[in-house]
Design a protein around this ligand. Sequence first.
Ligand code: COA
Length: 329
Amino acid sequence: MHPVRARIVGTGSYLPQTIRTNHDIEKMVDTSHEWIVARSGISERRIAAENELTSDIAYAAARKALDMAGIEPSEVDMIMVATVTPDMLFPPTACILQHKLGIGGCAAFDLNAVCSGFLYGLAIADGFIRGGNAKNILVIGAEILSRIVNWQDRTTCVLFGDGAGAVVLRADNDSDRGILSSHLHADGQYGPLLRIPAGGSAMPTTHQSVDDQLHYISMQGNEIFKVAVRCLTEVALEALRYNHVNQDELKFFIPHQANMRIIKAVASRIGLPPEKVYTNVHKYGNTSSASIPIALDEVNRKGLLHPHDLLLFDTFGGGLTWGAMLARW
Ligand code: COA
């Protein structure tokens, strides 16, 4: 008998069909495919259809994860949706999703830790499962960032994309598989580096705030870059040290997909060879809280994972928030 752990038993993802390439964006703002690839590694991103909601893409990813896990929605004890682009401020997108899944009664709420939201959600779910308070938990990262990006601002619009990823966590005491440890951090002094100034209680939406374009993402990219590399590196090493795990023992490092240069800088500081680093940022851009579960689902569905493989997740986002998690597949 092993201690109860939260094991990932299903993964799913959904990417909207429409592809917006760098060449498409060249026609919208003063930029070039070469600049975007050189500075971020991104070639294209997905854009949700006009009638697609965050709850719809969350649903598509969740359905696939539930199917893989082989469980019915009625068996889910809790639904968490990590997002900064909820369908509306409230009710929570998780509750809208719960209804779309045809169930009611279980706990359902949204979580905002910006791009780190998914790992924060997994860590919370892990706590509930280890504490014996839940058996099956659905954690989703879903974002339609194309609706909060200013498509006239070349410093941000080239970076972001839409998508959703989901996992089903199940209580397991039959093996040593599951989440081993979570390491979450935040530092609010850096909040102004990445934010949407208007639309909250500090600056309710007015004609003026819309005219001033304050309801879009505003970002100081090069400042974030430096903090991101430092924090992602430190917290990844923290997770490895905590578990007495060596870099060589990892099967995959699955970082938040924000920028290829950030990922490469962090991987080299941790001492990881490229073949252990999973990236898809070239195809999808930065999908915020959806990026890690989309990447995990890709790795999983490609058949690259075997029982007991060690996976290191590493994330970073607005807040600023960051965190790492070690899991045994
Ligand atoms: N196309 C062409 N030129 C652009 C451009 C674009 N899309 N965006 C900015 N530029 C220009 C700038 O105006 C600047 O011009 P200047 O030197 O004449 O002032 C020049 O390119 C360099 O800008 P800078 O911001 O210093 O570039 P950078 O090397 O830092 O790369 C980012 C910019 C945004 C790609 C990079 O800083 C980054 O990725 N940061 C992290 C952002 C992030 O990941 N945020 C989400 C965290 S979860």
